[in-house]
Design a binder for this molecule. Structure first.
Ligand SMILES: C[S@@+](CC[C@H](N)C(=O)[O-])C[C@H]1O[C@@H](n2cnc3c(N)ncnc32)[C@H](O)[C@@H]1O
Length: 301
């Protein structure tokens, strides 16, 4: 990957995520999770649904005390912190947004978790080679990777896992008949300058080519539609403050992007899938969930 491409990716991420932590806090939940929530109650609220999503990811990964978790594209640190607090793992998160990394580091310190939880500003391609993890998550990251980079991305993750380790990929996909539209042009120009979506089957094929076994695939499309609707409601409820923080143009751009995303999920032109993968190896089968039953009990409090 050329230096020029890395610099362009860093600029693209800063364009979107460094807008202002205060702005994002106007419409995200208190844990600052910026991906699809999981509504155990279809009419439920955002706060509970985001906590339930973090817990669902931890359960799918079968996190256990003292395991190591790498959270690639960790945002404001929500999953890493949740996994340390509720599952006793040691977590390392990376983000390409300085605003997110600073926010997460301050939150980790204020919670007294610095010995077990760390978030750094780091390009995922620069995560030190040689370190292996028990579990890896990438939640809402594949959208930024670029389809031509999928082979390198999945091979890298595979190499960073211990044999038998689990990887959870949570991301947006295009439906099979997708074609570029004025909406995608708007999103690429004003919202996600490096955004790139693939179809589910294309993505699964690259995962298999990287020698992963696919253990579980779950569609959460309508959960993302509701998440976007709730983000829009919350942003509109704080319109004056949002305008003060980021100006009229960014406020309206984000309102349009979130609303059009809700419509696209409702119309199923885009989807959201969680895919659980396992690296073959000595421990194969040891960690792999054999049923989904463990996922549906009472979530961690
Ligand atoms: C949609 S956010 C999701 C954040 C978090 N996982 C969550 O669920 O709230 C995408 C994240 O991917 C990160 N990201 C995108 N490209 C990256 C790269 N090349 N290296 C590291 N992080 C990257 C962004 O900085 C951001 O934190």
């Amino acid at each position: 990957m050329s230096t020029q491409t890395r610099a362009r990716d860093a600029r693209a991420i800063a364009h979107h995520y460094d807008v202002s932590n205060d702005f994002y806090s106007l419409f995200l939940d208190p844990l600052m999770v910026y991906t699809c929530a999981y509504y155990r109650d279809p009419a439920g609220g955002l706060e509970q649904a985001q906590a339930d999503k973090l817990d669902l990811v931890c359960r799918k990964l079968r996190l256990a005390p003292d395991e190591t978790l790498l959270d690639i594209g960790c945002g404001w640190g929500g999953l890493a912190i949740w996994a340390v607090q509720h599952y006793g793992v040691r977590a390392f998160g990376v983000t390409l947004s300085r605003a997110q990394a600073d926010y997460a580091a301050a939150r980790i310190a204020s919670l007294g978790l610095a010995g077990r939880c760390r978030v750094e500003y780091c390009d995922l391609r620069d995560i030190p080679a040689g370190t292996r993890y028990d579990k890896i998550a990438a939640v809402g990251v594949i959208e930024h990777v670029g389809i031509p980079n999928y082979p390198a991305f999945f091979h890298r993750i595979h190499a960073m896992l211990h044999p038998g380790g689990l990887y959870l990929n949570h991301g947006i996909t295009h439906n099979f008949y997708w074609r570029p539209t004025s909406q995608t042009e708007f999103l690429l120009r004003y919202v996600f300058p490096n955004g790139d979506l693939a179809g589910l089957t294309e993505t699964l094929t690259e995962m298999e080519r990287a020698r992963f076994e696919i253990l579980d695939v779950e569609c959460l499309r309508l959960h993302y539609a509701r998440t976007c609707r709730q983000w829009v409601e919350r942003l509109r409820a704080h319109a004056d403050e949002a305008r003060r923080l980021v100006g009229e143009r960014v406020y309206r751009t984000w309102l349009l992007y979130l609303t059009s995303s809700a419509v696209a999920f409702e119309a199923s032109s885009i989807g959201l899938y969680q895919v659980l993968l396992q690296k073959h190896g000595d421990r194969a089968g040891g960690d792999a969930p054999r049923t989904r039953e463990g996922l549906y009990g009472q979530p961690a409090g």
